[in-house]
Design a protein around this ligand. Structure first.
Ligand SMILES: [Zn+2]
Length: 274
């Protein structure tokens, strides 16, 4: 999965430092990242001390910073989705997490309580209002990915409706946690709302940070206990079909928890009643 960058180590503890030399600098514009025209990342030495830099995190001994990269001949702009397949993977993942932090800062430039300009807090990774003390932490939306198995040991494969961005491949039922519910309630509600099925025997599988939707995904497998696939929510899903392990699947790459969960099914490692 995209966050598995071994042997590299991701350090997200808040220990800001000054940029220098080969430290990597990310710049973004909405959902695009700004790279050098050869599709490598800018280093501090490329841009120098004339810019303002915000410390983001470190991987091994390399520190990453955010700045506004000026328009220049040597720069290109790529949709942030490029990071899902970028090599080396650890730098692609860093750029995706950097975008998550950029997005958080971009929409919190002013205090929602009093309207003052926000600034980075000195003690932790947070934005602080110097006027009223309001603290805003990075937004991480909890969400579920659900692999539903039926008594014939088939997996429910969905395709999202058009309004769900550009993802057109095989997917699993997924959705955001709502206020006042635990993560298991979220699984049952999302399945019921999107497909009309009722499920039980929930088995937590793994979690995954997914910067592209600013979320933390919780993967579950579960068993169909009732209902029929006749009540699809067409605003959410274009289709939902039961597939056998040896059917063909359309799952690009191995960056996502969805891809890994579908592969677990194809390898016979998860089964109805398991
Ligand atoms: Zn304020």
């Amino acid at each position: 999965m995209i966050q598995n960058i071994e042997p590299h180590e991701f350090h997200n503890d808040w220990s800001p430092r000054r940029p220098s030399g080969d430290d990597i600098v990310f710049g973004y514009d909405r959902r695009n990242a700004i790279l050098r025209s050869d599709q490598t990342f800018f280093r501090w030495k490329d841009l120098g001390s004339a810019h303002e830099y915000v410390y983001l995190f470190s991987i091994d001994d390399t520190a990453f910073f955010l700045t506004e990269i000026p328009v220049m001949d040597q720069a290109i702009s790529l949709n942030i989705n490029f990071t899902r397949t970028y090599e080396p993977r650890w730098l692609g993942y860093a750029c995706a997490v950097g975008w998550h932090l950029y997005s958080w800062m971009r929409i919190n430039r002013y205090c929602g309580a009093c309207g003052h300009q926000m600034m980075m807090d000195g003690k932790e990774r947070a934005l602080r209002c110097p006027h009223c003390g309001n603290l805003i932490y990075p937004r991480i939306n909890p969400a579920v990915i659900v692999g539903i198995l039926n008594p014939d040991n088939q997996l429910l494969i969905t395709q999202y409706a058009i309004r769900h961005g550009e993802y057109r491949h095989d997917a699993l039922v997924a959705g955001y946690c709502e206020i006042g519910e635990d993560i298991e309630d979220c699984v049952r509600r999302e399945v019921r709302e999107e497909t009309g099925l009722s499920v039980g025997n929930l088995r937590y599988y793994k979690s995954q940070p997914w910067p592209f939707s600013e979320s933390l995904l919780f993967g579950f497998f579960c068993d169909q206990e009732g209902g029929e696939l006749i009540k699809l929510d067409r605003r959410e899903l274009k289709s939902a079909v039961w597939k056998n392990p040896d059917d063909s699947f359309d799952v690009p790459g191995n960056a996502s928890l969805t891809a890994e969960m579908i592969q677990m099914f194809r390898d016979g490692k998860v089964k109805f009643g398991g």
